[in-house]
Design a protein around this ligand. Sequence first.
Ligand SMILES: [Zn+2]
Length: 299
Amino acid sequence: MSAKFKSFMAALAAAAGIAASPSPGDAQSPAADQAAWAAACTDWDEWDKPAPPYRIHGNSYYVGTCGIAAILVVGDGGLLLFDSGTEAGSEVVTANIAALGYSISDVKALFVSHDHFDHVGGMARMQQLSGATVYAGWGASAVIRSGEADPRDPQAGMHPPMAPVASVRSVRDGEAASMFGIDLQAIATPGHTPGAMSWSWQSCDGDDCATIVYADSLSPVSRDDYRFSDHPDYLAAYRAGLAKLGSLECDIVLTPHPSASDMRKRMLSKQGLRSSDGCKAYAKSIGKRLDKRLAKERK
Ligand SMILES: [Zn+2]
């Protein structure tokens, strides 16, 4: 564990004053919640379309829209929120947190998957509403602070700027921390953007514990004049991140675009969201997309 990250967390816990544990909302059974979500949304649905919140497992909830994920983890004395959705989508996320019986003011830490407006365009609003610190990958934190794209981003210049975020802390690959009783790990998975992070934590329902991995988008998408093959170091880091992701302990994989890891299909399947090879399968599918993209660049 990095001492630096650990000290951030200690400072955060002290600043937060550790309120009493938020009381659980009147959640239905996970199966009923998930059926309601699957009925309200389609695969690759619209980014800002409201979706009902549902319990993923234990203390972890999906509070995003139909098309963009946001994950709420209920810790001991504080909530953690991963991603905000777009600026408009963040209003859906806030409403979903309220529907679960919590408040955005209970959110004590905010986390970034990758620095694009569809996932964190609402982060400035969430930060203002909660007063929480935003944690982002080392290479993404400058983007979150300024709202301006990283020039190394394969999609730089394609997206509108985002509202700048006031309180951002950089996190490095492999850093781990216990935050409000949640053991959290940061896994750098660059590729879609240089500073992209995947996040992993344990979620328990009594004795039934599951390792949840919120794996970043990782799709090899770019503006027209960008070639991944022109950036060998970037490509090597991309491959290394995929290899790491594929070898993680991972009971439930979730992704910023839920359909990138077939969330709805899994919810509707007999097996449900849980799968011992979810991260492996996801990393493999992205690796194939990257191979295809590189083959296309050679033509
Ligand atoms: Zn993106």
